[in-house]
Design a protein around this ligand. Structure first.
Ligand code: CDP
Ligand code: CDP
Length: 212
């Protein structure tokens, strides 16, 4: 079973994806981490995200140690990732890894959950279950603000909201693999749902597919 989870930043797709993977004993891949790792490798080497050739090379020779680096989750690296993610060569260089993960999941798991922006549309158009997770802009900004404050990052609601909206705009307007629901995706709006209620709804959608 392949489950594709797409949606904008802080909609809850990562939290739901991890919980679904645990419940259904599937491997889990946060594909945003791959784009972030490319961003972080450029940052560490002193290059900007617009350096298309260096980004393409970093994506081809991805340093997997960076996937566990605490700086991966910073807002600056998220910002760099969304600029890099518009580069079609970067996307092409990360595609095989994601597809292999989905179709031959590690540690003998019977399937995989992948979360990102283009899983249901480009990476795994053949996914068995496709969820498009969303939430209103203010709710997503508040969630991200809480996460940053819990990490001790000094920021405020207006800054976080502006960063999220800028990233959403870039992700949905790029020419290659823009953020959008697949035609056969089930929409899951988590604006009014806490994690447990959203998870319950996601499980129902997976159960429905399993019974069909
Ligand atoms: O992966 P994505 O960026 O879409 O979001 P996430 O990392 O799963 O969730 C962002 C934050 O929102 C986390 O701190 C979650 O605990 C929280 N969250 C929530 O409060 N309610 C939900 N229904 C889903 C997530
Ligand atoms: O956790 P959050 O939702 O803030 O972002 P992320 O999932 O870590 O993704 C960071 C950036 O990588 C996104 O803003 C996208 O530009 C890019 N990305 C993408 O283009 N395609 C994916 N499948 C996953 C992420």
């Amino acid at each position: 079973m392949i489950i594709a989870m797409d949606g904008p930043a802080a909609s809850g797709k990562g939290t739901l994806g991890r919980k679904l993977a645990e419940k259904f004993d599937l491997a889990y891949l946060d594909t945003g981490a791959l784009y972030r790792a490319v961003g972080l490798s450029l940052k560490r080497a002193g290059h900007g995200p617009e350096d298309a050739d260096r980004a393409a090379h970093a994506a081809k020779t991805l340093d997997s140690d960076l996937l566990n680096d605490p700086e991966l989750r910073s807002e600056q690296v998220g910002h760099m990732a969304s600029i890099i993610a518009a580069n079609p060569v970067v996307r092409a260089n990360l595609l095989a890894f994601q597809r292999d993960f989905a179709h031959q999941p590690p540690s003998g798991k019977a399937g995989a959950v992948l979360d990102g922006r283009d899983i249901g549309t480009v990476v795994c158009p053949d996914a068995h279950v496709k969820l498009y997770v969303s939430a209103s802009d203010p709710v997503r900004a508040r969630r991200r603000l809480h996460e940053l404050q819990a990490k001790g990052v000094a920021t405020d609601y207006e800054t976080v909201l502006a960063d999220l909206l800028e990233r959403d705009r870039r992700d949905s307007q790029r020419a290659t693999a823009p953020l959008k629901p697949a035609q056969d995706a089930v929409l899951l709006d988590t604006t009014e749902l806490d994690i447990e209620s959203a998870f319950e709804r996601a499980c129902q959608i997976v159960d429905q597919w399993q019974r069909s």
